[in-house]
Design a binder for this molecule. Structure first.
Ligand SMILES: [Fe+2]
Ligand SMILES: [Fe+2]
Length: 243
């Protein structure tokens, strides 16, 4: 496959990951609104939202600054101003997360959470539509390698494996807002060759995009059952990580 096609595939993995992150964030913010509406204390939901942003969104931003942004900032691409602007938006996300953390009322927390969601969505859109195409079109850029490097900078150290046996979970039993976090926590604990089998009532494509973007070639994805009422997917940690 030629360099441009490889780059297009890598760029689409990043776009898929952005989509999954945005959907996940929206679900979490919506779930938080619901808890506030039901009169639950504002702090617990606020803190778990802050934790999610600190563990997922801000590391993603730092990872891309060190890899994709650094490459795009080279003068020959002519998008330095855009890259600087995008970095400022990362700073905005960080500032808003600080505001969310410090919020003293549900109304203030919601205001910050809504702003984070809005900034993230428009920021990811600009990354998809303005920044990625520049790198995608340059045959001398290896976007796949940059993406792998980005994972290395953002991934937490691997905890110990669960056990030698494969693990099966019924995703339908996990509350919606916790699904991806729970699955990723299990995936990260898989030993080489070990698999996690997930059972769910729809085709878990957003999860696949997110897994592709965050774990790339480390994991295989195999449908054991594809509908109509249930989907079963085997996610296995590969023996050898790609070159
Ligand atoms: Fe970004
Ligand atoms: Fe991004």
């Amino acid at each position: 496959m030629d360099a441009i096609k490889m780059n297009a595939q890598a760029a689409n993995r990043i776009r898929g990951h952005h989509r999954a992150m945005a959907e996940d964030l929206t679900q979490r913010v919506d779930a938080y609104v619901l808890t506030l509406e039901q009169g639950e204390p504002m702090a617990a939901g606020r803190d778990s939202l802050v934790q999610h942003i600190n563990q997922v969104i801000l590391p993603h931003a730092r990872g891309e600054e060190e890899t994709i942004y650094a490459r795009a900032a080279e003068p020959r691409f002519g998008v330095l101003a855009l890259v600087q602007d995008m970095k400022k938006e990362h700073g905005q996300l960080e500032g808003l997360t600080g505001q969310l953390k410090a919020a003293t009322s549900g109304v203030r927390a919601m205001r910050a959470a809504g702003a984070i969601e809005e900034v993230f969505r428009s920021h990811a859109g600009r990354e998809n539509d303005l920044l990625l195409p520049v790198l995608e079109a340059a045959p001398e850029v290896n976007l796949t390698a940059l993406l792998e490097e980005m994972h290395r900078t953002t991934e937490a150290p691997q905890p110990s494996p669960l056990s030698d046996a494969d693990v099966t979970i019924d995703v339908r039993l996990i509350p919606h807002t916790m699904r991806h976090t729970t699955i990723f926590a299990l995936v990260d604990r898989l030993a080489i060759g070990q698999a996690l089998v997930i059972e769910v009532d729809h085709d878990p494509l957003p999860l696949r995009y997110q897994l592709d973007a965050t774990h790339g070639d480390q994991m295989s994805w195999t449908y054991l059952q594809e509908g109509p009422d249930a989907w079963r997917v085997e996610i296995r940690r590969r023996e050898a990580v790609g070159v």
